[in-house]
Design a protein around this ligand. Structure first.
Ligand SMILES: *[C@@H]1O[C@H](CO)[C@@H](O)[C@H](O)[C@H]1NC(C)=O
Ligand SMILES: *[C@@H]1O[C@H](CO)[C@@H](O)[C@H](O)[C@H]1NC(C)=O
Ligand SMILES: *[C@@H]1O[C@H](CO)[C@@H](O)[C@H](O)[C@H]1NC(C)=O
Ligand SMILES: *[C@@H]1O[C@H](CO)[C@@H](O)[C@H](O)[C@H]1NC(C)=O
Ligand SMILES: *[C@@H]1O[C@H](CO)[C@@H](O)[C@H](O)[C@H]1NC(C)=O
Length: 306
């Protein structure tokens, strides 16, 4: 059920020789794992390129808080009641306590109802947005990320339904995009989002070549980073994600850290550093054991692999 549109394939011609190895667009897609306390300092080490992070929540991660990575709060799913103001109040508190909040993100994979997406219907999401997210722009000038739908065709439908339900009252400033698959698919998908929302900037907030060989994963990483750096309408991107290869739910070769917590080549390149030569290894038993954290993100994978 993968989309086969051929938008933006001209992008494939972007030569690797034009590679920019550093970019201020890069951020961290933070997931909590059993290794987080040990690994958190890596992301801001050695002149790291990273300038921002999100953690699917609205409380900063203690191991990253206070570094140069700017925190982006997210309202992950539907709150428990239709009068709930927890997200709004928490963002206000962050601002009151001196945290700079320039952006917020709304809803993680709301069209994902099979495994781990936030599974929110468009009407509920629109009402919640109008109540808890939109006022943050009016009151604090915060720029708002549209709901981050999955890379599947249902994502486009869901987002369309969301904006219809909003009836003009949800003023998203940018479109977050998720993609798991190869570079041709990524380019096609981004082209389709651009075609659907031609005047919106995009953030690629989750992407990876899942379960690829190491060589393919590295080539994918290079091609996509170079391409995002060259596209003026992609202002931010965060490669998935902050974890070791042995607990990676997108395969060990995509990971930025080895099973020992050292930067892989991809991890080092992402931080704007030289290749390390550290080879990531997987461990199926570990992935199963720590699959809990993966639940927040797994939905994106389902349609790609079926
Ligand atoms: C992160 O994970 C560790 C170990 O799995 C756990 O002790 C900790 O409470 C988690 N933190 C958050 C914020 O979920
Ligand atoms: C959108 O805003 C208009 C003007 O304030 C209001 O009349 C309308 O009820 C709002 N629609 C929704 C779905 O909230
Ligand atoms: C994105 O959309 C704009 C406006 O429609 C167009 O000029 C541009 O070529 C598109 N970019 C890609 C990569 O498709
Ligand atoms: C996009 O922006 C252009 C130029 O500002 C404008 O003419 C066009 O109507 C806009 N398209 C949409 C879909 O808003
Ligand atoms: C990826 O890019 C880095 C630095 O830009 C380069 O050293 C490396 O050879 C590239 N690797 C692949 C597989 O394209």
């Amino acid at each position: 059920m993968r989309t086969t549109t051929t938008f933006a394939l001209a992008a494939l011609a972007v030569p690797l020789a034009l590679a920019q190895t550093t970019s201020s667009k890069r951020g961290l897609c933070y997931v909590n794992t059993t290794y987080s306390n040990t690994d958190d300092p890596i992301w801001d080490s050695g002149n790291s390129d990273l300038t921002w992070y999100y953690n699917y929540a609205y409380t900063p991660t203690s191991g990253i808080d206070g570094t140069k990575l700017q925190y982006i709060p997210m309202l992950w799913g539907a709150p428990p009641s239709n009068t709930d103001m927890t997200f709004y109040n928490n963002v206000k508190s962050l601002i009151a306590s001196g945290t700079q909040v320039k952006y917020v993100l709304g809803f993680n994979e709301p069209d994902g109802c099979v495994s781990g997406g936030s599974c929110v219907d468009a009407q509920t999401a629109a009402k919640t947005w109008i109540r808890e997210i939109e006022p943050l722009k009016k009151e604090h000038g915060i720029l708002l990320g549209a709901p981050a739908v999955t890379g599947s065709p249902t994502g486009f439908t869901w987002l369309q339904n969301f904006f219809t339900a909003c009836a003009g009252n949800c003023s998203a400033d940018f479109i977050p995009v998720h993609w798991y698959g190869d570079f041709e698919g990524l380019a096609s998908h981004v082209g389709q989002v651009n075609g659907t929302y031609p005047n919106m900037t995009m953030w690629i907030t989750e992407y990876a070549l899942a379960e690829g060989s190491l060589a393919d994963s590295q080539t994918f990483y290079n091609q996509s980073a170079n391409w995002f750096d060259s596209l003026s309408y992609v202002t931010h991107y965060s490669y998935f994600g902050a974890f070791r290869s042995d607990v990676s739910n997108v395969g060990p070769n995509a990971a930025m850290l080895t099973q020992k917590g050292q930067l892989t080549d991809i991890g080092a390149w992402y931080l704007g550093q030289k290749a390390t030569g550290n080879t990531p290894k997987g461990d199926a038993a570990q992935v199963a054991k720590f699959a809990g954290w993966a639940a927040v993100v797994l939905a994106a994978m389902m349609w790609v692999m079926t």
